[in-house]
Design a protein around this ligand. Structure first.
Ligand SMILES: Nc1ncnc2c1ncn2[C@@H]1O[C@H](COP(=O)(O)OP(=O)(O)OP(=O)(O)O)[C@@H](O)[C@H]1O
Length: 288
């Protein structure tokens, strides 16, 4: 009789778990005791006025800033002290407000570079023809996803700002990350590029958790199921987009001042997430 196989370990249900995250710059507390749980498959937006601490929070998760207090867990593993490159290889991908593609490399080579950096066998990946061809094919697919297949052989520096941001997205996605941190992905994009961005992000697999910093409330409404509002580094509210956007304190702190939309969006995000309670104005809030 063959012994029955041990049950497989249950996959982590939480992609990112932030607990009491605090980051100070001198006397300024840019991120102040933030708590946030992002389940696997989350589509979560981070909004707030300028200087609220949104980018700093992304930096803390990506590892380019270190917290003064608090912890960060990724898929159940404490990564608070893990170096950014290692976090990236573990599956935390990041896009920046400004494009980061290497201008002298071709569009395809930029995506290949990202694929190669994340490959578990970097030497072998490039030396073996079959693997190299697979990398090139995958890079080409990601470029096609973001509408850049037709310019794959052009230097990245010759692309428009919006195209370079889409190129960054292709590079972020090529290694199949499990958490995708996007810093204002729609900023500087043409209407056509925004449609492309929405299509690409809307088609992402459910095993990727997306955390999106975005000022454009229409983009938030289209992509996010849940949202956290940060004000002066603290969580003002966190929960389903529609419910949070209707809170008077959120309207007065942020939405009424937002230039992109006069009215709160009516949609409830890409997947129309399940109703969940709205966490309000605590020192640390939890958003799903
Ligand atoms: N490296 C730094 N040194 C000192 N202060 C910093 C540093 N990085 C950020 N800050 C300050 O921390 C606060 C939060 O900045 P952050 O960029 O995180 O805000 P934000 O919400 O992303 O703003 P925006 O919407 O304008 O991008 C700001 O007051 C900013 O000036």
């Amino acid at each position: 009789m063959t012994p029955s196989a041990a049950p497989a370990a249950a996959p982590a249900a939480t992609a990112l778990e932030l607990t009491g995250l605090t980051r100070r710059f001198g006397s300024l507390t840019a991120v102040d005791g933030v708590g946030l749980d992002l389940p696997v498959g989350a589509r979560h937006a981070l909004i707030g006025p300028n200087g609220a601490g949104k980018t700093t929070l992304l930096n803390l998760i990506a590892g380019t800033e270190r917290p003064d207090e608090g912890t960060i867990a990724f898929l159940g593993r404490d990564v608070t002290r893990t170096a950014p490159a290692r976090r990236s290889r573990l599956g935390i991908a990041r896009s920046f407000q400004q494009p980061t593609a290497v201008p002298d490399l071709t569009v395809l080579d930029n995506v290949l570079l990202a694929a190669w950096q994340h490959h578990p066998d970097r030497r072998g990946a490039w030396r073996r023809t079959a693997r190299r061809e697979r990398l090139v094919a995958t890079a080409g697919e990601r470029l096609a996803d973001v509408g850049l297949a037709g310019v794959a052989d052009r230097p990245a520096g010759s692309l428009s700002h919006g195209q370079r941001r889409l190129l960054d997205l292709a590079a972020a996605l090529v290694a199949r990350p499990r958490a995708l941190l996007l810093d204002e992905p729609a900023a500087g994009l043409t209407d056509r590029d925004v449609v492309r961005l929405l299509d690409v992000l809307g088609a992402l697999d459910d095993d990727i958790a997306v955390l999106l910093v975005e000022h454009n409330t229409e983009v938030v409404a289209r992509l996010a199921r849940t949202v956290t509002v940060l004000v002066t580094g603290r969580v003002l509210a966190s929960g389903p987009v529609r419910e949070v956007f209707e809170l008077p304190e959120v309207r007065s702190a942020y939405l009424d001042a937002a230039t992109t939309s006069d009215t709160p969006p009516a949609g409830d995000g890409a997947g129309g997430g399940a109703a969940q309670g709205v966490a309000k104005a605590h020192d640390s809030g939890t958003g799903r």
